[in-house]
Design a binder for this molecule. Structure first.
Ligand code: ATP
Ligand code: MG
Length: 224
């Protein structure tokens, strides 16, 4: 059996993480786990966990580490036997250390996108508050302007997607991500990619993963 492959992707809001993650999952057959998506699912289904995290997610505040790890680590346990890619988790050093206690990641992808590009993308972002569905007026507009595709309800722009809040938000992201990135750098598993267009970054990520996944030593009944 081939060795399991465990990866995470990091990048600021608007960096194209979701798009790239989906391509990776499709091209390389990894299970994809997005923390934001997972939390929104729980909120929509009104699960106990969903109720717990609702106020944070609605305000774009980080869910506390102990809650986050309690939700995510059991999900990963369910994926044992599969290779996976994490998106949005770990976001803090506390989460990274908790994850590290259980799994050694093989690879971490970090996206470096210029501030101007992020600003352009995020200031065009509108959401359907009840479901968390996200639209971008530039490249992923709703079918009817200002209305959610599924419910037809009005879309709103989050206060923190408004230009004046973006700078603070991106700076906050950087501050929190820095120690996580440093940790993975020190483990020798961090790979950074810079650019303004997802389609231009993708070939590099694709070839990195092709190399990494095919040079994994084969598994000799290692549990971790
Ligand atoms: P932003 O960081 O601006 O919210 P986003 O909307 O792309 O960017 P998602 O990854 O979709 O972020 O997550 C949505 C929300 O879920 C976050 O704002 C936060 O409240 C919560 N969240 C997601 N992942 C984590 C995490 N690892 N730790 C804490 N909170 C998280
Ligand atoms: Mg958000």
């Amino acid at each position: 059996m081939a060795k399991l492959f465990r990866a995470a992707i990091m990048g600021p809001p608007g960096s194209g993480k979701g798009t790239i993650s989906k391509r990776i999952a499709q091209s390389f057959g990894l299970q994809y786990l997005s923390s934001g998506h997972f939390l929104r699912e729980g909120i929509a289904a009104k699960t106990e966990a969903g109720l717990l995290v609702k106020t944070y997610v609605e305000r774009s505040m980080l869910v506390p580490d102990h809650v986050m790890t309690r939700l995510m680590l059991p999900r990963l346990e369910q994926l044992s036997g599969h290779s996976w890619l994490l998106d949005g988790f770990p976001r803090t050093l506390g989460q990274a250390l908790a994850l590290n206690n259980l799994y050694q990641l093989d690879l971490v992808i970090s996206l470096n996108i210029p501030y101007e590009t992020l600003k352009d993308r995020l200031s065009d972002r509108w959401i359907h508050p009840a479901s968390g569905r996200v639209y971008n007026m530039g490249f992923n507009p709703p079918q009817v302007q200002g209305k959610d595709d599924i419910t037809g309800e009005p879309l709103i722009q989050h206060d923190d997607d408004k230009p004046e809040a973006l700078m603070a938000r991106l700076r906050h992201y950087k501050d929190v991500a820095k120690p996580v990135i440093d940790l993975y750098k020190s483990q020798g598993i961090l790979h950074s990619f810079s650019g303004t267009e997802t389609d231009r970054i993708w070939p590099y990520i694709n070839s990195l993963l092709s190399t990494k996944m095919h040079t994994q030593p084969s598994d000799t009944c290692q549990a971790q």
